[in-house]
Design a protein around this ligand. Sequence first.
Ligand SMILES: Nc1ncnc2c1ncn2[C@@H]1O[C@H](COP(=O)(O)OP(=O)(O)OP(=O)(O)O)[C@@H](O)[C@H]1O
Length: 280
Amino acid sequence: MRSADELTGGSRTAAGVRLDGVSLTYRPRSRWSRAQPVEALRDITAGFDAGEFVAVVGPSGCGKSTLLRLVAGFAAPTAGRIEVGGAPVTGPGPDRGVVFQQPRLFPWLNVRRNVEFGLRTAGLPGPERRARAAGLLELVGLGDVAERRPYELSGGMQQRAAIARALAPGPAILLMDEPFAALDALTRERLQEELRRLWQATGTTVLFVTHSVDEAVYLGTRLIVMSRRPGRVLLDQPSGLPHAPDPHTHPDFPAVRESVALAVRRAAADDDTDDVKEAR
Ligand SMILES: Nc1ncnc2c1ncn2[C@@H]1O[C@H](COP(=O)(O)OP(=O)(O)OP(=O)(O)O)[C@@H](O)[C@H]1O
């Protein structure tokens, strides 16, 4: 049995995240555009410890993906500061692995080569690359299909491959943007369970965006509820549920889920937001 370090590269330990007064307003790219600026996030301050599983929920359009993109370094905040592992985020980096709603695998590469991709660009020698990819594919249950192309896999298998690819460089934090939203209910449940197991095995920090309160409470050790746009943090609490064996079976699960669901309902009903003001 390989250790978690061997499987994930072991090059980095999990990192904490710090957001200080983070705001982002999307502005039209061209000065000739008639589109209005969109204030997506306003003054977000939060800190997440290394190894936490942070689940972010909130109404549609409240800025969840934007928050993830900022931590990933795909965009820069209009105001405020973001640090991962104590270092300011100035762009994307191998310390942050990203998994999107769609697997976005390279169709011209087989599954193994997809997982090896980041390791190849990082210059890892062939044998080490192959060993690490094989270990990760085993861990996500794809050992048997390593030589197949993405189109030959089901949606759930493709998403497992995307998770293995994101984990391959040994990221200090895994950023996941509704990774199971496009899957059928049964596959989604299975992958949630597997992700919990992977998180426990690798100890990496996870920032996970979802629409599902149940999924957030099942997976998250830390629960964040965002307001309607411009997104602010309405609720930030530890889940308080032990994550083994299965949080679903814990007697407090329904109460925690209800408190988060209530905060989401309040956020969605809040009509004192810019979206609603603009619509008036
Ligand atoms: N590139 C962009 N240019 C302009 N506005 C944008 C851009 N990307 C997102 N927005 C707007 O910013 C707001 C936040 O978007 P974001 O995708 O972060 O929300 P979300 O909470 O992830 O939404 P959903 O839950 O529906 O996926 C939305 O009003 C969206 O329309």
